[in-house]
Design a protein around this ligand. Structure first.
Ligand code: SAM
Length: 294
C-alpha cells in the first residue's frame, strides 16, 4: 500500500477496549501486515475493531528467525505494525530485536502510543513519579529474586515491578524482607478491568492482605515500591557496600555478610542478598594476594 517503509509499534488496551486509540485502529487497518505476539489472541481485538489486515506471529521464540523476512518486506516498501498481546510492545514484551533491526536497515520506526500497565499504575499510585525505575518481572527463583531486590535496595527512584499472580505473595514477602517491612508501596491489579484494585500500604501490610485474600492472587498485577529514603540510599548503603566488598575479597559470602552486618549494624540477610547480587554481577573484587593474571 505505502511507498515508504514504516514499522509501526502499536499499543493496544491492557483490558478495557475503549483504550484502543482511533489512530491505532487506522494504522492497523492500513498496514500490509500485522506482526502479532499471538495471532489467535489478537484475532478477537482485530475483529472487534473491524481490522482485516493479515497477521504473522512474532514472539520471543521466533523473533530472530522472522526478522530477515520482515526486514525484506519493509525494504520492499511494505508497512508493518507490531503489536503484543496487551499494552505497549517491547515493555516486558517481544519486539526490541525487530525494532533494532529495522532501525539498522534504515526503516522508519513510528510509535503509536497507548496503554502500558506500568505507566497506568504509576499514574494512580500516588508515589513519586518524577523519576522511576521499571524492573519488569522479578526472577521466578527466590534466591535470584532476593538478589535482584537487594541490588536495588538503595535505589531512590520509585520501583515498578510486574508480577504473576501465583508468585505475588512470596514476591511481596521478599520485598518486605529486603526493602524493609515499613517501605510504602502500591499494589495495582487488573487495571482498566472489572476487578480493578489499587491499594497502598507498607510492604508488610500489602503482603498480609494479599496472602489472606485469594482474590488478590488472581489476574494481572503491578507492584510499585517507594524509592529508598535519601539517607539509606547514600551514606548507609555506600559504606556497608564498601565494607562488604572488602570482606568478600577475603572471605566466603556468608561470612563476609555476617561480619559486614556486625560492623555496620545492617541486617545480615540484606547484606547476604547484596553480596550474592555483587558476586552474580561479577563485581566481586579479585582476592588481593592471588598471582596477577597475564
Ligand atoms: N506490554 C505490557 C504493558 O505495556 O504493560 C506488559 C506485558 S507483560 C507480558 C504482562 C504484565 O503486565 C502482567 O503480568 C502484569 O504484571 C502487567 N499488566 C498487564 N496488564 C495489566 C493490567 N490490566 N493490570 C495490572 N497489570 C497489568
Amino acid at each position: 500500500m505505502s511507498n515508504r517503509a514504516v514499522l509501526y509499534v502499536v499499543a493496544t488496551p491492557i483490558g478495557n477496549l475503549e483504550d484502543m486509540t482511533p489512530r491505532a485502529v487506522r494504522v492497523l487497518s492500513s498496514v500490509d501486515l500485522i506482526a502479532a505476539e499471538d495471532t489467535r489472541h489478537s484475532a478477537g481485538l482485530l475483529r472487534h475493531f473491524g481490522v482485516t489486515t493479515g497477521t504473522a506471529a512474532v514472539h520471543e521464540h521466533n523473533e530472530r528467525e522472522q526478522i530477515p523476512r520482515l526486514i525484506e518486506l519493509l525494504r520492499s516498501g511494505k508497512s508493518i505494525a507490531l503489536i503484543s498481546d496487551a499494552g505497549t510492545p517491547l515493555v516486558s514484551d517481544p519486539g526490541f530485536r525487530l525494532v533494532r533491526a529495522a532501525r539498522a536497515a534504515g526503516v522508519d520506526v513510528v510509535p503509536v502510543p497507548g496503554a502500558c500497565a506500568a505507566v497506568a499504575a504509576l499514574s494512580v499510585a500516588g508515589l513519586p513519579s518524577d523519576r522511576f525505575a521499571f524492573e519488569g518481572f522479578p526472577p521466578a527463583k527466590a534466591a535470584a529474586r532476593r538478589a535482584l531486590f537487594a541490588g536495588v535496595h538503595g535505589e531512590p527512584r520509585t520501583l515498578v515491578f510486574y508480577e504473576v499472580p501465583h508468585r505475588i505473595v512470596e514476591s511481596l514477602a521478599d520485598m518486605a524482607s529486603v526493602f524493609g517491612a515499613e517501605r510504602p508501596a502500591v499494589f495495582a491489579r487488573e487495571l482498566t478491568k472489572q476487578f480493578e484494585t489499587v491499594r497502598a500500604g507498607t510492604l508488610a501490610e500489602l503482603h498480609d492482605w494479599a496472602r489472606s485474600d485469594p482474590n488478590q492472587q488472581r489476574g494481572e498485577i503491578v507492584v510499585l515500591v517507594h524509592g529508598a529514603p535519601a539517607e539509606d540510599a547514600r551514606a548507609g548503603d555506600a559504606e556497608a557496600e564498601r565494607i562488604l566488598q572488602l570482606l568478600m575479597a577475603e572471605l566466603p559470602i556468608s561470612r563476609a555478610a555476617a561480619l559486614a552486618a556486625g560492623i555496620t549494624g545492617r541486617k545480615k540477610n540484606l547484606l547476604y542478598d547484596r553480596a550474592l547480587a555483587l558476586a552474580g554481577a561479577g563485581a566481586k573484587p579479585p582476592a588481593p594476594r592471588r598471582k596477577k593474571q597475564q
